[in-house]
Ligand binder design. Structure first.
Ligand code: S3P
Length: 747
């Protein structure tokens, strides 16, 4: 193992692998690698003769014995002995004076092991790669060996600054051969993460089972223990000796986690003792959300996907008719605002029809982080226990709002006026979007906000500033900017008014009134003054016209089609899509128009029609701002040319929607001319299929799904992961009305 005579890692198959320690992990590794045929020979070493015999019999290794001498001829050695036996094994290896051998381990804690390596070898040899597969089973021993144990599991490698690149590449490749996903982490961080996510839960499971068992010697109580007990304590059946080793080896990191947890447990105890239901509800609702987020990661790997470049593809098959009556999910803009204003209100706010999409969930999480107790969402029902305008608490860390521009921009207005500092961060797409449009006017009101270069997120907002009301003339038609300033205005001295260059969605103004907060709207100017309060209320969120728009266009362009979209919000600041489709000749009618909680709703019936190209009137642009991607598909299917101008805002949405749509349309054979502030689309030509890229933009992915109705070949839509931000059940509804869109995950 000393570093002299280094040789390059040869990616070609190697001669000899020696696995030291034939327990579950060592034997599973040996068995898996042996099956790949990567090494000419796989040898095992174990002090237990019986394990050696079984390993040979079960073809886990070619040969096994109790002497480390075989390591002299190894290319790679994997140390899979119990953690507390590691030091002795390392000493014996040192005595063998091995050279040029790659050594790795599988131990679940690392700091102590690293210390032992340093003491024995004087350094961490460059060919030594610390490793830890995050996989296991309640079964133990060589007979439990499972060649698939590591497939789709993570393996953490902890290279040192001097680790030889070839050794690292070799160990990484071996794990990948077994189907594992390799990640890198330094030794200390590894131990902290594992102490929190693995060691502490094991300690609690062992501890709880023992605590109950010793109080009930005949174990009678377990007869009444159903699923909850079984689920919580499954891991208490793990190997006691191994876990005893782990706690002794990783005691420092475990103690830190245990102390933090003991403190939290004590607070729960106090809450139970004092009948503090509010506290309990806060803990349980936050935990439920976190657990569901975690289940989603496991189930569909969505969050990991975006971080690790996994692709979620939509495959939209050509043709079809669109028929049926559907209800699309709740309005995104109204859902966000219901949580924000509900949190700032005094008393309870009960919400129905809430959008359970990732953007709106990010807003819930943000307010939970700031101490607001929020129940749900469950089947669209949410209960917000408002804390009043001055009741928010500092979040424990940066507030992560995912893909949601609305959350980041509206929250900034609120946070600028709080007594505490906050940081807002988002995903890769949001981190590219402009925030100066809110930072600049907020600074004029006295806010202190730092942004990353060119006004991009993250935003750091300093608390304790005294804001002053102002009149702000918005340079762009943006409801997010308007709402941000109005929310800051709830706290700013005097009056705050915003003047918009063209009408934009007015949900903030309507909802503030619904919460009893006075708002004046005169033409293009909306005005609030501080010093009033919001009172909890009931909110019914209508279906989102922006989501309905996909099916409106689908029914227009597909032959022999008719859909009814139920209970859609038709607030006049949102109905540009209806007006534009009608100008294009769509057969579209509104039925059962009525008002719900200050917002107009209707059922929208749409039938197939031959659309024609138009010049889109500029005054309709802000009223249809989110619907242009799918309107471009309508334009591609219309007879003649469609011209859109005055729509430069489309370039700073979740993607540059003008360019990204033009690129995709070009793939389908549709001619377009891209303008700085819009696009010209030559409609009416036959559409082909092909591969298009949504660039992580939900509305682009859904628009090309609709396009397939008129395409001659399938359309493969890459990077569709964010559809769940606004429309979690899009694919199910597509299926319901007869569109053939499916999803496919790939690396
Ligand atoms: C929204 C306003 C619009 C819209 C976004 C939601 C809102 O953004 O595109 O999806 O809820 O206020 P801009 O304010 O940037 O136009």
């Amino acid at each position: 193992m000393p570093s002299k005579g280094k040789r390059l890692f040869d990616p070609a198959p190697m001669q000899r692998l020696v696995v030291v320690g034939l327990g579950l992990i060592g034997a599973s590794f040996a068995k898996g690698v042996k099956q790949t045929g990567y090494f000419s020979e796989v040898l095992g070493v174990d002090l237990n003769q019986n394990s050696c015999r079984l390993a040979e019999q079960l073809a886990i290794v070619d040969q096994a014995g109790d002497s480390l001498e075989v390591c002299r001829t190894a290319d790679v050695i994997v140390l899979a002995v119990p953690i507390l036996a590691m030091e002795k094994t390392l000493q014996q290896l040192h005595q063998l004076e091995l050279q040029q051998v790659i050594v790795t381990d599988v131990g679940s804690s690392k700091t102590q092991l690293r210390q032992a390596v340093l003491e024995i070898f004087g350094e961490v040899p460059p060919e030594f790669v610390f490793g830890h597969p995050i996989a296991g089973s309640e079964k133990s021993g060589v007979t439990a060996a499972n060649a698939e144990l590591f497939a789709q599991h993570k393996v953490i490698l902890s290279p040192e600054p001097n680790t030889q690149a070839q050794a690292l590449a070799c160990v990484k490749q071996l794990w990948e051969l077994l189907g594992a996903e390799v990640e890198f982490m330094d030794v200390e961080y590894h131990d902290q993460v594992l102490a929190a996510t693995s060691h502490l839960p094991h300690l609690l499971a062992f501890g709880l089972v023992d605590s109950l068992a010793k109080r009930n010697e005949n174990l009678e109580i377990f007869r009444y223990a159903a699923g909850g007990f079984r689920d919580f304590t499954r891991i208490a059946a793990s190997d006691p000796v191994m876990w005893h080793d782990i706690f002794l080896a990783n005691s420092e990191a475990v103690l830190a986690q245990l102390d933090a947890f003991t403190h939290d447990l004590q607070q729960l105890r106090t809450a139970v003792a004092e009948h503090d239901g509010h506290y309990l509800l806060g803990v349980f609702t936050r935990a439920k959300m976190a657990r569901e987020h975690f289940s989603k990661i496991l189930a569909r790997r969505a969050y990991v996907d975006t971080m690790q470049n996994h692709d979620l593809k939509f495959i939209a098959n050509p043709g079809g008719h669109v028929q049926g009556t559907i209800r699309v999910p709740g309005d995104k803009s109204i859902s966000h605002r219901s949580i924000m204003l509900g949190s700032l209100a005094e008393g309870k706010t009960e919400i129905e029809g809430f959008l359970e999409g990732e953007d709106a969930l990010a807003t819930i999480q943000a307010f939970r982080d700031m101490g607001v107790v929020i129940e749900g969402p469950q089947e669209g029902r949410v209960v917000v226990h408002g804390v009043g305008l001055h009741g928010l608490k500092p979040a424990p860390g940066p507030i992560y709002v995912g893909n949601s521009g609305t959350t980041m921009r509206l929250l900034s207005g609120l946070l600028a006026a709080q007594p505490f500092d906050s940081t807002l961060t988002g995903d890769a797409s949001l981190s590219k979007r402009p925030m100066n449009r809110i930072a600049k006017p907020l600074r004029e009101m006295g806010a202190v906000i730092e942004t990353a270069a060119e006004g991009r997120p993250p935003l750091t907002i300093r608390g304790g500033q005294k804001l002053t009301g102002m009149h702000y003339q918005m340079p762009m038609a943006s409801a997010q900017v308007k709402s941000c300033i109005l929310l800051a205005g709830l706290y700013a001295g005097g009056e705050t008014s915003v003047e918009e260059p063209a009408p934009t969605r007015d949900h903030t103004e309507r909802m503030l009134s619904g919460f009893g907060y006075p708002v004046e709207v005169h033409g293009a100017i909306s005005k609030v003054e501080s010093g009033h309060k919001l009172t909890g209320t009931k909110i019914e969120v209508p279906s989102d016209i922006s989501s309905a728009a996909f099916f409106m266009v689908a029914a227009c362009i597909a032959p022999n089609s008719e859909v009814v979209l139920e209970h859609v919000g038709i607030n006049p600041t949102r109905t540009g899509v209806i007006d534009i489709l009608r100008l294009m000749g769509a057969d579209l009618s509104l039925e059962r128009v009525h008002e719900v909680g200050g917002e107009l709703v209707a059922d929208i019936r749409v039938r197939s029609s031959q659309l024609k190209g138009i010049e889109i009137p500029s005054d309709l642009v802000p009223l249809a701002i989110d619907e242009f991607p799918v309107l471009f598909i309508a334009a591609a299917c219309a007879e003649g040319k469609t011209v859109l101008r005055d729509a430069e805002e489309l370039r700073v949405k979740e993607s540059d929607r003008i360019q990204v749509m033009a690129d995709g349309l070009a793939t389908l054979g549709v001619k377009t001319e891209v303008l700085p502030d819009g696009i010209v689309i030559e409609g009416g030509q036959p559409m082909g299929g092909g591969e298009v890229w949504a660039h992580g933009d939900h509305r682009i992915a859904m628009s090309f799904s609709v396009a397939a109705l008129r395409a001659s070949q399938p359309i493969i839509i890459h990077d569709a992961i964010h559809v769940a931000t606004s429309f979690p059940d899009f694919l199910q509804l597509c299926e319901k009305v007869g569109m053939h869109v499916s999803e496919e995950h790939s690396l």
